[in-house]
Ligand binder design. Sequence first.
Ligand code: HEM
Length: 454
Amino acid sequence: MTADLRTAPIAPGRIPLIGHALPLLTDRLAYVQRLRTYGPIVQLVIGPKKTITVINSFELLQEMLTRKSDHFSKGLLFDKLKIFGGDPLPVAEGKPHLKRRRLMQPALHREHVKGYIETMRATAQPSVSAWRDQEILHVCNEMQLMAQGVVMAALFSSNPERGPAQTILDSVDTVFKAALTHAMVPIPALERLPTRGNRRARTANTVLHETIAGIIADHRAGPDTYDDLVSLLMTVQDETGENLSDEEITAEITALLAAGSETTAVTLAWLFHEIARNPELERRLHEEVDTVLAGNELTAEHIPQLTFTRRLIDETLRLHNPAWILTRRTTAPVQLGQFNLPAGTDVMWSPYAMHRDPHLYPDPLRFDPDRWLPERPQPPRGAFIPFGVGKRMCIGDQFSLMETTVITALIASHWRLKPVPGTTTRPVPEITVHPSTLDMIAEPRKRTATKATT
Ligand code: HEM
């Protein structure tokens, strides 16, 4: 038995003319979690008539993102990211997407990523070494600079100084914030208004284009000097046999920077926030890195031994999943659960809300890395999806897991990051769910000499 989508439940709290736009703009995280309680499929109304279908069931999500994925394009959120120009991987569709993904995949494949470990460590090391005893660190910014530096060094062979790196970071942030606002309130006229936000987004876009033009120019000037993702993109040919234009390569590089930096950085920031609040977890992390590294620099051989570190990362990706909203749009009529979704239906879901569902995770708001011990009951398959699922799954998952492990071990082997007394940190859902402010005091560590028990 299937039913017309128009008979699906509409979330409570709809206000005439604006629908459910208000809580989506002002109370996002609480709202997406509340939506979870209204059933596997629920409808939101934005503005006078725009409808968004929210999927709350992990089984239906699996079906949508795997078996039925050919019936969906990436939808609202990603339409707005086309601000970058070109059709980079995260927004490309159909055959061009598949072709580009196949081309880029080897550079981000698990085995290949092992080769980046030394670059990851060497890129993050100067930032960590520059910290001073009792210095107050803006942890999010530090992590963002490190994560962006790692993507740029490993994939583009580019190592900007801290000043220019900060400008790139700020520009990506500005462009993304504008894209998200436009996705939340999809009224095209608002995007064209010469508002301060729209003007800043345009300027930031220009800065990004100019920076990347420099990277491309370097690669063109010395084609034999580089063996990285940028040189790979320069060899690609499109459907017509033409090489990618500079504009297309720029879009791809910007997209990688945007998709790969903030997500990893906020994961690191939340991880250090959590262990600072839990001295026993911090002790176990320190014990593990001291024992495994034994004062040596981290190499690929150490990674599989850092099992507690990995559980900390998985737990951070569960409780503080960077993605609080993702979208799709049906390209043809398709059945999902009991409903028929007509072509053009906007769909959204929240990995953040799903990872906090008490039906899937016992005591879901508790940060408990040991829930990932194999002897403990595991969530159902498809209920833990920090990197998405199916043909649009994150292409940088292995890169990011490796990088998070490297940076966590690097910091933990030298520093304790302690909260600044009297500060509170809350989650802010923008393009990722990032900490509001996270100022922490750097304190040099004295190493433990005991054997790890974790
Ligand atoms: C903790 C870190 C990260 C998280 C949580 C994350 C999460 C995700 C998710 C959920 C998607 C799928 C979105 C969807 O289905 O609509 C995605 C796609 C993507 N991610 Fe990541 N990501 C992370 C790190 C990275 C890194 C380090 C890179 C690159 C170096 C990267 C590059 C991409 C790209 C290019 C896509 C689009 C893939 C496609 O559409 O084929 N991500 N990411």
